[in-house]
Design a protein around this ligand. Structure first.
Ligand code: M6R
Length: 631
């Protein structure tokens, strides 16, 4: 979603801004812009273009834009089409204030109506444009109090304005009255300050900062900061000055490199054996007394003893991981579990039940719906004076420094490294692993599985990395061939059952989001209750058939599709029954519990190759954002 970069210091701002914006491209956007202030003339130069960042770079065409203070933005359209007039930065009517914003100002219409009555003319359809006009009005008021034109005055003006804003935002403001200052502020949208030598950069995410410095200060919710080349001042929502130590960026938060891969998505699919190794190294330890492996999450699992049920809140791919997690927690560990779309949970939460563990799953840690749903759960549980209802929270995320990382103290960091492709692959895989860890912990604490059963599951997890490597190599080739035959298809049906039903959903989501082909996933047994009406020879069916309790049932459901002339692709090991498939994407035999971790691989590769064959922008599909920071 929108990305912000802002810089003040002694170096030329433009190259830093463009470099930062390039590193934020992965968040998804449809226009881009910059504003730089010349501290001598105090002029603000603003440049904006529709479409990709390269359009902005071409438009700037090596123009000499002097100035060491500037702001930049990649915009993902919410209010107003992706057109130049709606691209950020937005300026006030005097051209002396420029603002970039990520978020949604929910009361912008009321504010705009009031400003229009004061004869302010709006040039865009955005919610953001109210902000520079409001700041200008505020600065006018402050000037009557004879405040000096400096960064502190801008800080006061911005603080007064944000107190009138409803919604969520991260913003950065330039003012010609204080040409070396920047004011930045956030509420429910991320902002991180990077501390360089005599210069500061503020951005929506760490990759935009990493080329500049590896010392960062993540801003807390509802903080506002003044940045000048001489230093930073941070204040909380009560206007109390905040002092805290900066932290170092991890290497994995800095590197964004496609290596020799054509797309980040393919690289990230290939990263998965390493993701598995990292996860195992981080969370699996050998008990020195009995020589058995156990899962070692960074919190004491004693509190699991009193947990009677689990609620999981997530969106998109993270929800599919949560659904596999729910299957494991119920069927392996015997804990009743519900999974909710965060966007639904927010407005229709289930009645509160005691002794509940709430798990938020979000790779970015910034998904607005997930953060808001978790926040609501924390508040409604904290308001009850009964310890059985107290909030018990765990977050599963790839960004422990993110909003969810600050919201929840028990974090399972999936340690997948930054994922750039909008389509989640390796983070999905690491989220799945994290649920295996939780299921094992719960089964141990609750005694619902024998040591042998737990050891067997752990040893299947330990064996994953080489299996994955071979599987990826093999299906990279086979799915390339299949993609050649199917790249023009209009509809695809994915079938799975039991623990693999969410994998069918995830396979369908992957295909839709990057290839724009309609795809739907169903529990195989549900086909005959409606979706079977869609089938004919133009609609291929991809059926996940893992040996186990429901194998025969899945094969029968696949037969029903074949009888309707659908081309049948099987995701299964070679065994009796799988000869019905027109094409078998072979999976190594394994314990049924771990099959999701293998079955997802050919589905990711097939989606990737179909989208690549169609010549699409695989890593930044249209209309999508990596981190969905608006509701
Ligand atoms: O960052 P999150 O895991 O919270 O993101 C949730 C969804 O927006 C995300 O999984 C989305 O569905 C991806 N594009 C899937 O590939």
């Amino acid at each position: 979603m929108c990305g912000i970069v802002a810089v003040t210091g002694y170096k030329k701002a433009l190259p830093l801004l463009l470099n930062g914006l390039e590193k934020l491209e992965y968040r998804g956007y449809d226009s881009a812009g910059i504003a730089v202030i010349n501290s001598e003339t105090k002029n603000i130069t603003c440049n904006k273009t529709e479409g990709k960042l390269k359009n902005l770079i071409n438009n700037l065409n090596d123009k000499n834009i002097p100035g060491t203070v500037g702001i930049g933005h990649t915009r993902w359209a919410t209010h107003g089409k992706p057109e130049v007039k709606n691209a950020h930065p937005h300026v006030d009517s005097t051209g002396t204030i420029a603002v970039v914003q990520n978020g949604i100002i929910e009361n912008f219409q009321d504010l705009k109506n009031k400003l229009e009555k004061e004869d302010i003319i709006f040039k865009s359809d955005t919610d953001t444009e109210v902000i520079p006009h409001l700041i200008q009005r505020e600065l006018n008021t402050l000037s009557k109090l004879k405040l000096e034109n400096n960064g502190s005055t801008l800080l006061v003006a911005v603080r007064n304005v944000i107190s009138d804003l409803e919604g969520s935002y991260a913003l950065a403001v330039l003012w010609s009255g204080a040409p070396t200052s920047l004011v930045v502020a956030r509420k429910q949208a991320p902002l991180i300050i990077g501390l360089g030598e005599g210069e500061f950069i503020c951005a929506s995410d760490t990759p935009a900062i990493a080329n500049f410095t590896n010392i960062i200060l993540p801003m807390e919710d509802e903080e506002i900061a003044l940045l000048t080349p001489l230093g930073i001042e941070i204040y909380d929502s009560n206007n109390e000055r905040q002092y805290r130590n900066p932290v170092s960026l991890k290497v994995s938060e800095q590197i964004i490199d496609k290596m020799n891969f054509k797309h980040f998505m393919l690289k990230e699919i290939y990263d998965q054996p390493e993701t598995a190794k990292n996860w195992l190294e981080n969370y699996l330890i050998k008990n020195s007394e009995n020589g058995r492996y156990q899962i070692n999450y960074p919190f004491d699992t004693d509190f699991f003893e009193e947990i009677e049920r689990v609620d999981i809140i997530a969106c998109g791919t993270s929800k599919h991981a949560a659904m596999v997690g729910s299957f494991l927690l119920e069927q392996f560990s015997g804990i009743p579990t519900n999974v909710y779309f965060a966007s639904e949970f927010r407005y229709s939460p289930p009645p509160l039940l005691p002794n509940t563990l709430t798990i938020g799953v979000t790779q970015s840690g910034e998904t607005a719906d997930t953060i808001a749903a978790m926040d609501m759960e924390i508040k409604r549980r904290s308001s009850i004076d009964d310890k059985k209802f107290k909030p018990n929270l765990i977050a599963i995320t790839n960004r422990k420094e993110s909003s969810i990382g600050r919201q929840v103290s028990k974090i399972i960091d999936i340690c997948a490294g930054i994922e750039v492709g909008v389509a989640a692959t390796k983070t999905f895989f690491a989220q799945l692993l994290s649920f295996y860890g939780l299921a094992i912990n719960f089964a141990q604490v609750k005694g619902t599985k024998s040591s042998n059963e737990i050891d067997q599951l752990i040893s299947e997890l330990i064996n994953l990395p080489p299996l994955l490597e071979a599987l990826i190599d093999k299906h990279n080739e086979s799915s390339k061939k299949l993609a050649h035959d199917f790249f023009n298809i209009k509809d695809v049906i994915f079938l799975g059952r039991g623990i693999n039903y969410p994998i069918a959903l995830e396979g369908a989501l992957k295909l839709k989001e990057i290839s724009y082909i309609h795809a739907a996933g169903y529990p195989a047994g549900e086909m005959k209750h409606g979706p079977i009406a869609l089938l004919d020879k133009k609609v291929p069916v991809i059926s996940i058939a893992s040996p186990g309790e429901v194998f025969d049932k899945v094969i029968s459901n696949a037969q029903e599709a074949k009888a309707r002339d659908s081309y049948l692709i099987g995701i299964a090991p070679e065994c009796n029954g799988t000869e019905i498939f027109d094409c078998l994407m072979q999976i190594p035999s394994s314990n049924e519990w771990v099959t999701p971790l293998l079955n997802i691989i050919p589905l990711q590769l097939l989606s990737y190759h179909i989208a690549a064959h169609r010549g699409l922008d695989v890593d930044q599909p249209r209309n999508l954002a990596k981190s969905v920071t608006v509701e």
